[in-house]
Design a protein around this ligand. Sequence first.
Ligand code: MRU
Length: 362
Amino acid sequence: MNIDGIPTRSLRAYPEQRAIAIIDQTRLPHALHWLRVATLEEAGHAIRSMQVRGAPLIGATAAYGLALALDFEASDRRLAEAAALLRSTRPTAVNLHWALARMEGALAPLPADARCAAAWAEAAAIADEDVVQNKAIGRHGLALWRDLIVADGQVLNVMTHCNAGWLATVDHGTALAPVYAAHDAGIPVHVWVSETRPRNQGLLTAWELEQHGIPHTLIADNAAGLLMRNGRVDAVIVGADRIAANGDVANKVGTYLKALAAADNGIPFYVAAPCSTIDFACADGAHIPIEERDGDELRLLHGVDERGVPSALRQLPAGEDVANPAFDVTPGWLVRAIVSERGACAASREGLLALYPEEARA
Ligand code: MRU
């Protein structure tokens, strides 16, 4: 994606300095602040505190976090402890677990003195593959949408939830990849962006669409049903944090309600995700761990004051009981298609195995 017209990835690696740079997403959309991450602990904190977020970017950051951990010591014990620390940061996005398993699989057989350099190389491969896969998701998603365009010049009205864009990946995004592909192909596209309480990742989506010059409108989460009913949405597309083997999809809380409203209004509901988000070891959505986050995310409202200084407003007393599940599960039957780097498939065991036949043999 372009920042100030310059193609930029959301994560930069500096292996020679033993550091990476991430965008502190807790400061967006008010400030674009690059943060240097140079230790395992800083990488773990960045993921846990959601300075980086979004399933694929969490995976790539964790991979680099493991590389950072092996700088001074790369024993079996250090490798296992570092992976365990990173694995404990967030439970739902399977890309985190996938990336760490891939890193450990590549590093464990090597002698300790070869592990650090190999870790940087493997993390770079994970990041590079994410970019290529998301670009392919953009092509496949756009191919599906072409059927929705019935007249020349028609503006395609797409709704999304949360942020499954450039900021949630290393580049291009997943759900937003077809949006960028449409825009770059000269197809007029407009995006309905839902706020996504309580962490307001919709503001990140609005920010990055603005950077790329894509028309969009921010809505309160509860406005989505009305817009669908009034014929103002041609398609809904979201990302995923984990797709179970039967096609059930865990994504940001509120996704399920959008899928229900889309079904009631005959609007196609798509899920875009790379293979690293598909968990063939997880039978169905009921087995996906749902992250429960701190209640203060609901009790406090975050923004900046009139001087642009980050500040919080209390909307609920500290003792108020709240529940804050960060994700929900949309059953596969509400999903028109899953779009991955290999193409589109039905959100079912058969559909996923048709795209990934090697998993049937695994
Ligand atoms: O809690 P977050 O912000 O990490 O959750 C992100 C989402 O739910 C995204 O929609 C999902 O990870 C897809 S990211 C391409």
